[in-house]
Design a protein around this ligand. Sequence first.
Ligand code: PLP
Length: 384
Amino acid sequence: MNSTLNALKSTITVPFSRPTIAGKELEYLQQALDQRRWSGDQIFSQKCEQLLETLLAAPKVMVVPSCTAGLEMAAMLIDVQPGDEIILPSFTFVSTANAFVLRGAKLVFVDVRPDTLNIDERLIESAITAKTKAICVVHYAGVSVEMNPVLEVAKKHGLYVIEDAAQAIDSFYFDRPLGTLGDLAAFSFHETKNISCGEGGALIINDAKWTLPAEIIREKGTNRSQFFRGEVDKYTWVGPGSSYLTSEFTSAVLLAQLESIKKICDARRDLWQKYHLALEDLESRGKLSRQVVPSHCKANGHIYWIMLEGPDIRDSVIKKLREQGIVATFHYQSLHTTKIGRAQSGICNELPVTENASDCLLRLPLYNDMPNPEAIVEQLAKAL
Ligand SMILES: *Cc1c(COP(=O)(O)O)cnc(C)c1O
């Protein structure tokens, strides 16, 4: 078994994803070592935060260990209580749900739109009850959720909007950066995302009233941040909290990446566009349907996905591409079909678009120094 796996691995010539090296990572890591201040909320973390605050025009950004951590902080900040209901898509990563499940919330899954695979904004209002606390949207593939109707319905019913913007850095909705549209948002800087420091994330605070509470949660429930600013003369335990800081080494790598954000994301957008053109013919021949980016959304080239006719053809395409050394892959297995997903949501209606995406979606390799997408599409055409 092991030797078979190793043999397969050695034949990969096009992995599914690969982080970009922006250039200054080593230089900044050396500086971080030399500064002899290695823990969280110091020089490099603060530089990353300032850069993101400028980029997003957000009142406060906090570098955190992961998008998962950022979502957990968001759930604490809006004070999710046991029994509160959270509206979210089922076609998402587990962290979107776990952040709320950890606080005892009940999940209310809503289906996604077939074009973007983002939560279907038209289905949200009928999912709202007296217990609904928040809507957590996910900008899948870095393409914006239809936010204006979401914000409108949230306002009408007095609900918070949290953005799982894990995949959505440098993406826009009518020229507004994703991550700045809801009350709180989180980005991911995991190895597989456009901008990466291995494991990392950012919490975007769009209302300054949450800055101090977030500082307390991040610093183990203490007012240590205020102490360092000289605002209090001792620091002490003031509330529930955890450790949501990142070391300076992580932030050093992240700063190098963030300084190259436009270059990295523009290169991905170019690759995305090449895929899109190269796949036009296969779509017109009815072999697949291509990903859609609505014209009022600017995406970041995070994922290129296609939809195939069924799970059998998808699995056979995955296998045939793999034989050519190319790694293409499926995506989320819907949360509502898992045992824990069912337990956390009670009765859940069928979500046909979500289930179809779990069965038929294929993601193609996309990373900055990849071979020409046309070459991948040529192999894909043969595999179909
Ligand atoms: C990657 C991802 C996450 C998790 O990000 P981490 O930084 O690994 O915690 C959460 N939600 C979505 C939609 C993601 O794509």
